[in-house]
Design a protein around this ligand. Structure first.
Ligand SMILES: [Zn+2]
Length: 217
């Protein structure tokens, strides 16, 4: 691959900056979570066992579109589901995967349905997320997990991984990160409300979609 362009470098620097911000605000801890973004015909991703809080832009993993490692450190072991999302969703320009506390706790609840497990308490989330698929538990990094994520990725842009965490994709890193943060806050509300919350009604959701458009439409 040719030398990275200025635009590629800007995306990589943005990834390092956003990861640092997620870490500083407690959305990631230790070496939990991973991120990636498309750069021209390649993908830049967080390295395996790296911490969002201590990334170095020049050490980020660069892979070709098929997942072959080109340069930088070895990529996250969860790179396979990133590649699956990019295959399934041409509009996905970036992916943020978190083990953030409330979304992960929510993913561990008994009896979660296959989709839409979360009531819509506030407007922002349903304005951006029409449907949230729930992927069954598989070991991190497994091809089964990657295949299950790829199968539902187009239903995103937010996916809950059973007993694991969340994935958000977006046109760019800021959009994906904002969605991942919003899911975490919605799950936090769910726990804080302890079953006493009033979810937005179907009529209220329809009015929101009439006013702001249906996400993904
Ligand atoms: Zn994970």
């Amino acid at each position: 691959m040719a030398q990275p362009s200025r635009e590629d470098l800007a995306i990589s620097e943005n990834l390092t900056r956003i990861a640092g911000s997620l870490f500083a605000r407690g959305y990631s801890y230790g070496s939990a979570g991973n991120m990636s973004a498309r750069v021209r015909n390649a993908i830049v991703a967080t390295p395996t066992n790296s911490s969002f809080g201590h990334l170095e832009t020049e050490r980020l993993s660069l892979l070709d579109a098929t997942g072959v490692h080109i340069s930088g450190d070895k990529p996250t072991k969860e790179i396979n589901f990133h590649l699956g999302i990019y295959r399934a969703v041409p509009a996905a320009g970036a992916i943020v995967h978190l083990h953030s506390t409330y979304a992960t706790a929510f993913s561990c609840l008994n009896d979660l349905p296959d989709a839409d497990p979360l009531p819509y308490f506030t407007p922002y989330f349903p304005m951006r997320v029409a449907r949230m698929p729930v992927v069954p538990y598989y070991p991190p990094g497994s091809l089964e997990l990657a295949a299950s994520v790829e199968a539902v990725a187009a239903d995103g842009p937010v996916i809950l991984l059973r007993n694991h965490g969340s994935i958000a994709w977006g046109a760019d890193l800021s959009t994906a990160a904002a969605l991942a943060e919003e899911l975490e806050e919605q799950c936090k509300l769910w726990f804080l409300l302890e079953g006493r919350g009033r979810a937005l009604s179907n009529a209220e959701l329809a009015a929101l979609h009439a006013r702001f458009g249906t996400p993904g439409a």
